[in-house]
Design a binder for this molecule. Structure first.
Ligand code: ATP
Ligand code: MG
Length: 392
């Protein structure tokens, strides 16, 4: 039986946004992700995108799985394609929905008639099909208020569609419709989750990662690249910038008080990240920080890091408990990569007694002690970039 997929994006998400461009971005994202799976025919009406596979070899499970990672989609339905003829609709409904209806106690039918020339009106379709289904499945009762299954009939220009039940979409807004930001990606659990959360709000991310060879290994960098690649499932294509940070960390160690080490390092990361963000047309920075999670993530510490930032810093994990972050990390499949035990440049030079509530003036004075200007430029110039793609 021929099937079509109905992708619904819900009118609510469109409030205050330009509907036309929202649809364009969503369409582009969907087509880009499904292209490797085969040829599809696309059409749209009433906040729904209709995706019809044009090749028999297309695996619908894979199509659904990819669609469930596209932001901007509220729900996904698999429907059966029927002739615009009631007898065909009835026969296919019984056949296509057999398993669902045999498992259910109650149902109702809803009909939508975009093609007003169809000879039966919606209430008549509901009545007739409802009767036929009751006959075909004698155990099944009708409940118009709280049915277990709602059978939908959708009469459109060229065909009619029958379906029941829907899968949850990824929600949020289509990638790219809210601009671009630079994610500071470490090898930890939190920053990939932060990137996912921004992507959900339609923000396209580039990633920046700081390495300190020989204190950090190639393997540690590969782990972060692996994370970046995994994140493309939800976040789409992403640039990955790898910044050589050794010289700066050694200078910090040489000249600045150890207790300020983490906070100064974070400020220097932010300075470099902004330089690269500007070149990449990113309007904001994103980190995986969460208030109070570790000593360097107090509000006072964030005040000190943000003091070097001229662009907004988004911290979408800020109010989440670690367990909540882990739950999301598992959902987006980054958790198992994150927990691989490789050293990060932050852990290599961790001070024994970090300043938990640093004062901005003292931090600024400490930073003056190092000669960072040229080093920052060298780090920016020495940055390597590669692109990870969702379609591999
Ligand atoms: P994560 O799980 O994201 O590593 P964390 O709890 O380990 O976070 P920190 O190590 O204090 O926290 O880092 C805080 C944030 O700083 C990270 O979420 C990330 O955004 C950024 N960060 C830390 N180390 C790096 C790095 N080597 N490269 C890029 N960004 C980093
Ligand atoms: Mg970390």
């Amino acid at each position: 039986m021929k099937e079509v997929i109905l992708v619904k994006y819900g009118e609510m998400a469109l409030k205050g946004l330009n509907k036309g461009s929202f649809e364009d971005v969503l369409f582009k994202q969907i087509k880009y992700r499904l292209r490797p799976l085969g040829r599809f025919a696309y059409s749209a009406a009433q906040s729904t995108i209709y995706i019809e596979p044009e090749e028999d070899t297309i695996r619908m499970e894979e199509v659904i799985s990819r669609l469930q990672k596209v932001f901007g989609i509220a729900s996904i339905c698999r429907a059966c394609v029927c002739e615009k003829d009631f007898a065909d609709i009835q026969a296919k409904a019984i056949d296509y929905l057999r398993e669902t209806l045999e498992d259910a106690d109650t149902f109702k039918v809803e009909a939508k008639r975009a093609d007003k020339t169809f000879p039966m009106k919606s209430p008549e379709i509901c009545r007739e099909l409802g009767g036929a289904l009751c006959e075909a499945f004698p155990e099944l009762g009708v409940d118009v208020h709280e049915p277990e299954v709602t059978v939908m009939v959708d009469i459109r220009d060229t065909n009619a569609y029958v379906y029941a039940g829907k899968l949850k979409g990824a929600g949020g807004l289509p990638l790219g419709c809210s601009g671009k930001a630079m994610l500071l990606l470490s090898g930890g659990i939190d920053s990939p989750v932060a990137g996912y959360m921004m992507a959900k709000r339609g923000v396209k991310c580039s990633c920046i990662h700081f390495v300190s060879p020989p204190y950090t290994s190639d393997r540690a960098r590969m782990k972060v690249e692996q994370l970046c690649e995994k994140m493309t499932d939800y976040c789409g294509d992403m640039k990955f910038y790898c910044v050589p940070f050794t010289e700066i960390q050694e200078e910090l160690k040489r000249r600045c008080p150890e207790e300020y080490f983490t906070i100064l390092m974070r400020r220097l990361m932010m300075i470099i990240a902004q330089e690269i963000a500007k070149k990449d047309e990113c309007l904001a920075l994103v980190t995986g920080e969460s208030v109070g999670q570790v000593a360097s993530q107090t509000m006072q510490a964030m005040v000190c890091t943000d003091a070097v930032c001229k662009v907004p810093v988004f911290r979408p994990c800020v109010d989440l408990d670690k367990t909540e972050i882990i739950e999301i990390a598992r959902k987006i499949d980054t958790f198992d990569i994150s927990i691989q035990p490789y050293e990060d440049c932050c852990t290599v030079f961790t001070p024994r007694h970090p300043k938990i509530r640093p004062q901005l003036e003292l931090i600024e004075a400490a930073q003056e002690k190092g000669h960072f200007e040229d080093m920052i430029q060298r780090a920016v110039d020495g940055t390597e970039v590669k692109t990870f793609r969702v379609v591999r």
